[in-house]
Design a protein around this ligand. Sequence first.
Ligand code: NAP
Length: 279
Amino acid sequence: MRDTPRVSSQAGVYVLLGNPVAHSLSPRMHRAAFRAMKLGAEYVAFQVEDLKRAVEGLRGLGIRGASVTIPFKESILALLDEVDEEARSLGAVNTVLNLGGRLKGYNTDWIGFTRALEGRLGIRGESFAILGAGGAARAAAYAVIRAGGRAVILNRDVQRAAKLARELGCGHEPLERLGELEAQVLVNTTPVGMSPKTQDSPVPREVLGRFQLVMDVIYNPLRTRLLREAEEQGASLVSGLEMFVEQGAEQIRIWTGMEPPLELMRKVVEKALGGSHAD
Ligand code: NAP
């Protein structure tokens, strides 16, 4: 007879809400962490068709916590009972905690971004050119501004860049002006270069020599063409792996109040991606 997986009510169930979710590495990373922490908790990914009903399900089923991903990070705010101040200022939620039926939203993407830079570069006083104006750009620009850095958004759709810049109170420029910008750090938050289109890069190689540090939020592949070319130009590199693991670790702290096994989580994701780290 097959064993029915059993989760103690103490341990709880955590879920990922997104669409699509099939390629997400969050289940693997969180399950490994929960196992190592001996929590007996489970983590399940759901491809959500109806967010409102999925959120009701969190309450109805007593789901302890949720990760929230594309395309629901912004639309979920209105469905929660409470939203943490940082997540509200940022305008996006990627983490939900169920406090006895009251759902509270948090954002750990900006924390992941900040931690990924720790020990590499102090954000305060530095200028960041941020490519893209979607969810990841929002988290990156928020983190930069909050830490006293200067953020300039550059996006294909200039209107969208202007809107995000207005909401966060930072600068914006057309993508073509990247080569003239005075910035120490370049952050790619577009999906350009992501698997399977690993031969693409969001910017021409020639502009990369201007930057002291180049960060790509893409983690598949670990070493994107952008990072390879930036390294050839002498820049320091930060891969999206760091941000991904750190945002996940912060989710576990919010859900459990416990310290997650960061190194193990990094190794699990690295192994799943079949490569070595970008730095
Ligand atoms: P999103 O909200 O859809 O935004 C994507 C942005 O990229 C938009 O500004 C879009 O420009 C731009 N873009 C898309 N295709 C482009 C192209 N061919 N050329 C130029 N610009 C292009 O997506 P997101 O949530 O920000 O996620 C973006 C990437 O970040 C994904 O690869 C995701 O996996 C990664 N990510 C990583 C982490 C991490 O922890 N490492 C966290 C979050 C996201 P337009 O406005 O002109 O359409």
